[in-house]
Design a protein around this ligand. Structure first.
Ligand code: CS2
Ligand code: MN
Length: 356
């Protein structure tokens, strides 16, 4: 596997590539053209410049997170084919630039959701946290305002103000879209893009819903092993794969992550490794990556990846904010660097134990 880190790009991410380069074992970054709205075709020059910037820092551009999907594709409206054509053009241009991993999600209206972006922990760090009780007591507008107010001026991934400024219209768009409709719209999209993925060897890696249950009664279709396998079978092409995100799936204690990894053997193209602590029904806070700091067994996760022969990029997902760092919520350098070093240590031990 290849250890990577997410980087939001020049002018967006206060973390510098030169510093990522110094994290032992990290050889690549996962990035995006942040600030490009869903539905817009990516410019060739911008893709080239993004790649050159990463390579000039001595790193590889290991994949894109994300090429976001326009709501027309998710709801299946009359103009969806135009937006799928745009997506195909973007994939073609990425493929020509040698970029062969694309992470995306298929969540209606909201990307990942949290109720607290800086919850204080006992160790003095701050972390992202979620409590369903808080969501149940507010409306979507209040949640959007609360996320924005806590974002320290950064635009959060998937939370484009241009899009979410029109929340009522967005919710209206999804009226009548139930889980089956949403699933069929996803399958339709994937079937249309599979040829270009095949031509350029691009692996599509769907990110699970975060958290993996319905928020504000919106449909959710990528919550667990069954959902993931259903999608793999529905579009049974190896280019149709998964971003295995331990934190998103792990928010639900019923999900057995090592089991999911084994069940998806060969279809996992990208891994997000992070830990969290369950704090009550429908509630969790993120933790350090260390198994003992959260509810997930990170050794068992790395072990399942090893056993199933996973070869793709992995990145430490969110980290705590520590040592007075100022960065995008969840995306400070320091704790993610500790996470990468820890995951690399687990992996080295597993490899050597199994070689003997
Ligand atoms: C990420 C998501 O920061 C995060 O929580 O895991 O924003 C992720 O990038 C998207 O959902 C994938 O499209
Ligand atoms: Mn993730």
């Amino acid at each position: 596997m290849q250890m990577t880190m997410r980087w939001f790009g020049q002018g967006y991410d206060p973390v510098r590539l030169e510093h990522i380069r110094q994290v032992p074992g990290v050889t690549g970054v996962i990035t995006t053209l942040y600030g490009t709205l869903p539905g817009v075709v990516w410019e060739e020059g911008a893709i080239r410049a993004m790649r050159e910037t990463v390579e000039a820092a001595g790193l590889q551009l290991a994949g894109i997170e994300s090429v976001n999907i326009h709501d027309a594709i998710k709801v299946g409206s009359a103009d969806r084919d135009q937006y799928i054509d745009n997506y195909i053009t973007t994939l073609e241009r990425l493929g020509k630039a040698g970029i062969t991993l694309v992470c995306y999600n298929f969540m209606p209206v909201f990307d990942w959701t949290r109720t607290d972006l800086a919850k204080k922990r006992g160790d003095g760090s701050t972390v992202l946290a979620y409590d369903q009780k808080v969501i149940d007591a507010i409306d979507p507008d209040a949640m959007f305002s609360s996320m924005s107010a806590q974002s320290k001026g950064y635009t959060l991934a998937g939370w484009e103000p241009e899009r979410l400024g029109k929340l009522k219209e967005l919710f209206a768009l999804y009226r009548g879209v139930d889980e089956d409709r949403l699933f069929e719209n996803l399958a339709y999209f994937l079937e249309r893009i599979m040829p270009v993925c095949g031509q350029y060897g691009i692996n599509m890696a769907i990110h699970p819903d975060d958290p993996g249950w319905s928020v504000f009664s919106l449909p959710r279709i990528i919550k667990n092993q069954e959902d993931l396998l259903r999608l793999m079978r529905r579009v049974d092409n190896p280019r149709n794969g998964v971003t295995l995100c331990t934190g998103s799936l792990g928010a639900n204690p019923a999900n057995d992550i090592p089991g999911v990894i084994r069940a998806l053997q060969g279809r996992i193209h990208f891994v997000h490794a992070r830990n969290l602590r369950h704090t009550g029904p429908g509630a969790f806070e993120e933790s350090a990556h260390l198994s003992a700091d959260g509810s997930l067994d990170m050794y068992a996760v790395m072990r399942a990846l090893y056993d199933t022969g996973f070869q793709g990029p992995i990145r430490p997902d969110h980290g705590r904010m520590i040592w007075d760092e100022e960065a995008m919520p969840g995306y400070g350098l320091f704790d993610r660097a500790l996470g990468a070093a820890y995951l690399n240590g687990l992996y080295e031990a597993i490899v050597k134990e199994n070689r003997r």
